[in-house]
Design a protein around this ligand. Structure first.
Ligand SMILES: Cc1ncc(COP(=O)(O)O)c(C=O)c1O
Length: 456
């Protein structure tokens, strides 16, 4: 006991700080910040809370028996290779099979130019690692996927956002931003875009805009990073041609099996121009030696032996039903708000009535047993050509419909609508400042916040 007390006193004398290594960390860790909304989400994961926050795929539609048999056969037949180290670039036969998946988006590539990664998240990390020095510019949509912003900040990039509308990234605004940055002598290392069923905005880059965006990028000498985990999850029509299919030399394409098969396997990939591919492989080897041989072998067996196209169809039907439930509930219940209408994927982007602040409102929502992700999580820097409040996401929220049952979605929207109603009443009664900034424990936004893996 005496020993414990002395030990505690020693710690105290050593630094009188929570973290004795605080002045040892690399400067890049300053850009890595956990969100204060994480604390709220530990409450939000309670069963009584309807979470419209998480972006987790709904695996209820996956035939676990069939996957279990594939895994058992794999270990029985080829256990010693499946559990061994593998190639840094990834299993050549899986890379071949990935070409068939990408063919659905009219991509023709070579297996040699595919790099298998630990989810597309690792591919985001690798691309950023090989292109970004501190202070380099990345142009990204406003809003952008929170997990990508976290990577960009970790490598100390300067993110400049360009607005989207219902048809995705706005080409004229992209052109203007790239022109302005060139005029300032700033080199843009790449354009980060999620063209299909955007996370968090729910919109899709229209077919007309695709060649325009590529032409603008080409004219300004900017590489395009096309992040496409949701492209095969369209509800109403077949997949659009990938940007990569239109301009192979200008685009690094990222794909993933997380949403079309299972995220727990952590298998994604990059398809890159040859020289970029070389650097990605070297960077990946230094980070992880090789992607999981077991996961890759299981995905390969799944693609060979399971009707994966049919499985994607089942997922699309499941998500479409939930999308419809959310849109109907919003239409019926949500006061004075507007939202995007996604044709696929997992997300609706909702704009609150003027003056309401989604982050300030979150504690009240969680108290009312509903959770969402406030829009500010999806912004990392300034948005070009916009200086009003709607362009830092504070008046927006991301609502996910991928996980809860349709009746739970409706119940969640009903609770959320009641919270919005309450905020509007407070504003009406106490004036314009009543709903912003006055919520204890919700400080202003600082840097990029990561709400955590289950909320990506
Ligand atoms: C736009 C986007 N990119 C990348 C990822 C990472 O996916 P994974 O690493 O599971 O392939 C996600 C996950 O939600 C995402 O939404």
């Amino acid at each position: 006991m005496q020993h414990d007390i002395n030990h505690a006193a020693g710690n105290h004398a050593a630094g009188n700080r929570l973290d004795q290594w605080a002045d040892h960390y690399a400067a890049r860790t300053a850009g890595m910040s956990a969100s204060e909304i994480r604390a709220l989400f530990s409450v939000a994961s309670r069963p009584e809370v309807v979470s419209l926050a998480g972006g987790m795929p709904n695996l209820a539609a996956l035939p676990m028996d069939a996957v279990g048999h594939l895994a058992a056969d794999l270990l029985g037949d080829h256990g010693t290779t499946a559990l061994q180290y593998g190639s840094g670039q990834g299993d050549p036969l899986l890379r071949e099979a990935i070409l068939d998946v990408m063919e659905l988006e009219q991509i023709s590539g070579h297996a040699d130019d595919v790099v298998v990664t630990t989810g597309s998240q690792q591919a985001l990390d690798l691309v950023t690692r090989i292109f970004i020095d501190p202070g380099d510019v990345i142009v990204a949509e406003a809003p952008s996927y929170v997990g990508a912003l976290g990577v960009f900040k970790a490598y100390q990039a300067d993110v400049v956002h360009v607005p989207m509308d219902a048809d995705g990234l706005v080409p004229e605004l992209l052109d203007a931003t790239l022109g302005r940055l060139a005029g300032e002598g700033r080199k843009v290392k790449f354009l980060y875009t999620v063209p299909n069923f955007h996370n968090p905005a729910g919109v899709t880059l229209s077919p007309e805009r695709r060649p325009q965006v590529l032409q603008i990028a080409r004219r300004h000498g900017v590489l395009v990073l096309e992040d496409n985990p949701y492209g095969l999850l369209g509800f109403d029509s077949g997949p659009l041609p990938a940007l990569r299919s239109l301009d192979p030399e200008q685009v690094v394409y990222l794909g993933s099996f997380s949403k079309t098969f299972a995220p727990g396997l952590r298998v994604g990939w990059a398809l890159a121009p040859h020289a970029v591919r070389d650097k990605l492989v070297l960077a990946s080897e230094s980070a992880i030696l090789c992607p999981s041989a077991f996961s890759q072998a299981l995905v390969r067996r799944y693609l060979e032996q399971h009707d994966w196209r049919h499985q994607i169809k089942l997922y699309r039907e499941l998500y479409r039903e939930r999308r419809d439930a959310m849109l109907a509930a919003l239409e019926d219940l949500m006061p004075r708000s507007s939202w995007t209408v996604p044709d696929g994927g997992f997300y609706v982007w909702l704009q609150l009535p003027e003056g309401l602040d989604a982050k300030a409102m979150l504690p009240r929502a969680v108290t009312e047993r509903v959770a969402y992700v406030p829009g500010t999580a999806f912004y990392a820097g300034r948005t070009d050509g916009a200086d009003d409040a709607t362009h830092d996401g504070r008046s927006h929220m991301r609502l996910s419909y991928c996980y809860p049952e349709p009746e739970r979605i409706r119940e969640g929207v009903r609770r959320l609508a009641a919270v919005v109603d309450g905020e509007l009443t407070v504003r009406g009664t106490f004036g314009a400042d009543a709903t912003t900034g006055g919520i204890p424990g919700v400080p202003g936004r600082q840097g990029v916040e990561s709400p955590g893996p289950d909320l990506q």
